[in-house]
Design a protein around this ligand. Structure first.
Ligand SMILES: *Cc1c(COP(=O)(O)O)cnc(C)c1O
Length: 230
């Protein structure tokens, strides 16, 4: 099976899982995570209908976003201060903000670039030490900091679940969805309307994430790796 077929299968399956869960498939964006592949593979996914792509390194992001400006590019990787201007130049949405100093740098870089940078706040729901992200109890404070930065707009939350443990992944997704609903209820209506992103679920666990309310799933291997078996 080629990339075109795998992308089409994933997109159709996401829509099917949405319907089973009583959700409108239009609510869920599939981000094809192209971090391990080159421009040829991106072109094939585009041909199959992919519109959103994710990269975890600033160089890969910049190169591919320049080559495929018709796509929407997401930055899903670890943020390094000195690379923030590069990330801001190319990313429509940054999924992985969790440090105040980075929020301030993104604000500065976005001002220079003449844009407002959409971001998600990354939350470490499971508390695994190896993972980045805010403790759930610290999200509100960073949301308040960002509300005062004119070139940063927080669009929602992101998390990564523990791999290889579906029950634990489900608990993490449900935990993030609850936190999201709670935070959203505390925003004024104009802010709440823009706080519409819940980025969770990867190749192995996106079904659970969609059932728990994900609006963005980030799928790499299931699209780009022909050895991947769902
Ligand atoms: C690589 C990556 C993905 C995609 O993972 P797959 O298991 O290949 O689907 C999703 N999110 C983040 C943050 C990643 O780094």
């Amino acid at each position: 099976m080629g990339i075109e077929q795998r992308y089409a299968n994933v997109a159709a399956e996401v829509a099917a899982v949405c319907r089973e869960a009583g959700r409108d498939p239009a609510e869920v964006t599939v981000v094809a995570v192209s971090k391990t592949v080159g421009p040829d593979a991106v072109a094939r996914a585009l041909a199959a209908g992919a519109r959103d792509f994710g990269e975890n390194r600033p160089d890969g992001l910049a190169e591919k976003a320049a080559a495929f400006p018709q796509a929407t590019w997401h930055f899903i990787g670890n943020i390094q201060s000195r690379r923030i201007p590069d990330i801001v130049r190319s990313a429509a949405l940054v999924h992985s903000l969790f440090e105040e100093r980075h929020a301030r740098k993104i604000d500065e870089a976005a001002a220079v670039a003449g844009k407002v940078q959409d971001v998600l706040l990354e939350v470490n729901v499971s508390g695994e030490e190896s993972k980045g992200g805010l403790a759930p109890g610290d999200v509100r404070a960073l949301l308040d900091v960002c509300a005062r930065l004119p070139h940063v707009r927080v669009r929602g939350l992101m998390t990564m679940a523990p791999q290889g443990d579906p029950a634990a992944a489900r608990a993490v997704f449900e935990g993030l969805a609850n936190l999201y609903a709670q935070l959203r209820a505390g925003l004024d209506p104009a802010q709440a309307a823009l706080f519409d992103g819940l980025s969770m679920g990867m190749s192995e666990d996106w079904r659970e994430a969609v059932r728990a309310g994900a609006t963005i799933v980030r799928i790499g291997r299931a699209v780009f790796d022909d050895a991947f078996e769902a």
